[in-house]
Design a protein around this ligand. Structure first.
Ligand SMILES: [Zn+2]
Length: 256
């Protein structure tokens, strides 16, 4: 696929009052999603669905799993993903491949592939008799070849720059024959503003020849307008563009 032949922006047919790309609730007088990527004509993924909001006990459990290696949460998160797939099976069934958003494991990266482990658990918990095309073989359809900075704590502009300049060259599709012409669902732990998913989708399209890429996340990061927050704290100052609420996560120098 060329740089200009991008997938259309149709969403998953979400209920009224929600973004048709990320399914965030459109609260207040808002007629469109605060996430700039959802309205972007240059977006590479079509939509993302999530099992839950990233808050409360789920947020604490995910942080323990992701940052402190409490792997006992993997079956729980895998079960949540399997449940979401079953509830939204009319959306999931058309996909030819369900793969994990790539993680770099090794020096400078993570101790274990937390997303792929969730995917393996989900594959083991789908309803008996249902055959989903999980990408759980020895070599994933898309890999990350080196660690990259975490996007948490960064604003939109910084997230985009890191994604384009550092994540983009780190992504590799090792076997095009597995992805060419395929509809691919990318599983991740958190959907914030979609920058990571967009780069993964871009690589799957441009390197892998994918036909369509969408996302399925364990949870969606709640959104808060910097405009509203700033106006409340400093009413006389000019306000900036919306941004995702920073993750309640440890040191921002951890790679992902
Ligand atoms: Zn949206």
């Amino acid at each position: 696929m060329s740089e200009t032949a991008r997938p259309p922006a149709a969403g998953p047919g979400a209920e009224a009052g929600r973004c048709r790309v990320c399914e965030r609730s459109l609260t207040g007088n808002r007629a469109c999603c605060p996430n700039p990527l959802c309205a972007s004509a240059s977006r590479w993924f079509r939509w993302n669905i999530s099992a839950a909001e990233r808050s409360g006990p789920l947020e604490a459990a995910l942080n323990a799993y992701k940052y402190r290696g409490v792997r006992e949460w993997a079956p729980v998160f895998g079960g949540m993903l399997a449940g979401l797939m079953e509830r939204r099976r009319h959306l999931v069934e058309p996909f030819d491949l369900i793969t994990a958003s790539p993680t770099f494991v090794g020096q400078g990266g993570r101790d274990f592939d937390h997303i792929r482990l969730m995917l393996v658990e989900a594959a083991g918990q789908v309803p008996c008799g249902r055959v989903w095309p999980f990408d759980t073989g020895p070599v994933p359809a898309i890999v990350k070849t080196r660690p990259t900075p975490r996007l948490a704590w960064l604003d939109h502009r910084q997230r985009r720059r890191v994604a384009e300049e550092q994540l983009r060259p780190a992504l590799d599709v090792p076997d095009r024959s597995r992805t060419a012409g395929r509809r691919i669902l990318v599983v991740d732990d958190v959907f914030t503003d979609g920058r990571t998913l967009d780069e993964v989708a871009r690589a799957l399209h441009l390197q892998g020849g994918a036909r369509q890429v969408c996302g399925l996340a364990l949870c969606r990061q709640p959104w808060r307008d910097r405009a509203a927050a700033t106006a409340a704290a400093l009413p006389s100052r000019a306000v900036a563009a919306p941004f995702p609420r920073p993750l309640d996560a440890p040191a921002p120098d951890l790679a992902s």
